[in-house]
Design a protein around this ligand. Structure first.
Ligand SMILES: *Cc1c(COP(=O)(O)O)cnc(C)c1O
Length: 334
């Protein structure tokens, strides 16, 4: 991970958020990059609001960030979650009347609230906001989430109109609507706090971010064996590649169990000292075979970079930029 690029991306997104501050979605191990190190880097950069999905994701962030700056998006599902929130001071995002009652019955205290404005995923329905329990809540952030911020469609304006209604009727200290893509929709959407995830980690959520957001994830794999191929030799499972002339092949310690999925078979590229090296044949669970013919100086023990420019990699692989990041497995040291 390039921590400098991560910090710079947060600063860029904070500036693009105008009068609002940028927080950070660090769920799913900070999109695969390592929640602890990401939280540490972003706190130093000035970020004050962190979002995880599961309660189990909170401790790694808590090691670097004050509890009151950590929000758990899935909210309390049972008494154990409530007890964890009370014991640590991590703030729950309440998503329903049932969650609000659970929190209120346990004594309440500061919380966040998610309201659904059209995604129909987690969150209070607009009709639930009149429930008696809602008026008892001590709400720090009132959130909603955009369904299609990466597209220019009418749904954005209709969610914004609902959100503006909520801002007039709900009592909360702060309001927050935008994910990464939403930040590019303009100041009307920014409210008090934005919640970028993808763009922090180098994802280009909308064309407006191209050239402003830097790549952060640079996966690498070691060459653990080099072998010579003769014309006619077949390579990898099911022999999908056949050498047409003598070649040099490198066997890399990375495979689909690490998130380098089989869709990269015959399509992926690695890089060594600026030279692009194509993948030969199928990706295996733990290994990938690359063409080292053009780099005779490359040896066992050398590390190759995966070509992982996210928009381009998404186009080539058919995976989303989100998947490309979150797939990276636990065997990568971070
Ligand atoms: C994941 C998530 C985000 C971040 O979304 P990106 O598209 O990655 O910027 C923001 N808010 C909520 C509620 C989320 O679940």
């Amino acid at each position: 991970m390039d921590a400098g690029a991560l910090a710079a991306n947060w600063q860029t997104l904070d500036a693009l958020s105008g009068a609002a501050s940028a927080g950070a979605a660090v769920k799913a191990n900070a999109y695969g990059l390592g929640a602890g190190r990401v939280a540490q880097t972003l706190t130093q950069a000035g970020c004050r609001d962190f979002f995880v999905a599961h309660w189990s994701e909170a401790p790694e962030v808590l090691a670097h960030v004050p509890a009151a700056q950590i929000a758990v998006l899935h909210g309390p599902l049972n008494a154990a979650d409530v007890a964890f929130a009370k014991a640590t001071g991590v703030i729950p995002v309440l998503n329903s009347v049932a969650q609000a009652r659970l929190w209120s019955k346990a004594g309440g205290g500061r919380c966040h609230v998610m309201v659904d404005t059209g995604l129909n995923r987690l969150g209070f329905a607009m009709d639930d906001l009149g429930d008696a329990v809602f008026a008892t809540l001590d709400i720090d952030i009132c959130l909603s989430h955009l369904a299609s911020a990466d597209e220019d469609v009418g749904q954005n304006a209709s969610q914004l109109a609902r959100f503006d209604g909520i801002r007039r009727s709900v009592r909360a200290r702060r309001f927050s609507l935008c994910n990464s893509a939403g930040i590019a929709l303009g100041s009307a959407y920014h409210a008090d706090l934005t919640r970028p995830g993808l763009a922090l980690y180098g994802g280009i959520a909308r064309p407006e971010f191209a050239g402003k957001i830097a790549q952060v994830a640079f996966p690498e794999a070691a060459v653990i064996q080099v072998r010579s191929l003769q014309a006619g030799d077949k390579v990898g499972y099911n022999a999908t590649f056949t050498a047409q002339q003598p070649m040099r092949a490198g066997i890399l310690s990375v495979g689909y169990a690490d998130g380098f999925l089989r869709c990269w078979s015959g399509k992926g590229r690695f890089v060594w000292q600026g030279r692009a090296l194509p993948v030969l044949g199928r990706i295996s669970m733990d290994l990938t075979i690359v063409d080292l013919t053009g780099v005779p100086e490359c040896r066992e023990g050398d590390w190759l970079g995966v070509v992982y420019d996210l928009p381009l990699a998404a186009k080539t692989s058919g995976l989303s930029q989100y998947e490309l990041l979150t797939l990276m497995g636990h065997r990568f040291s971070r």
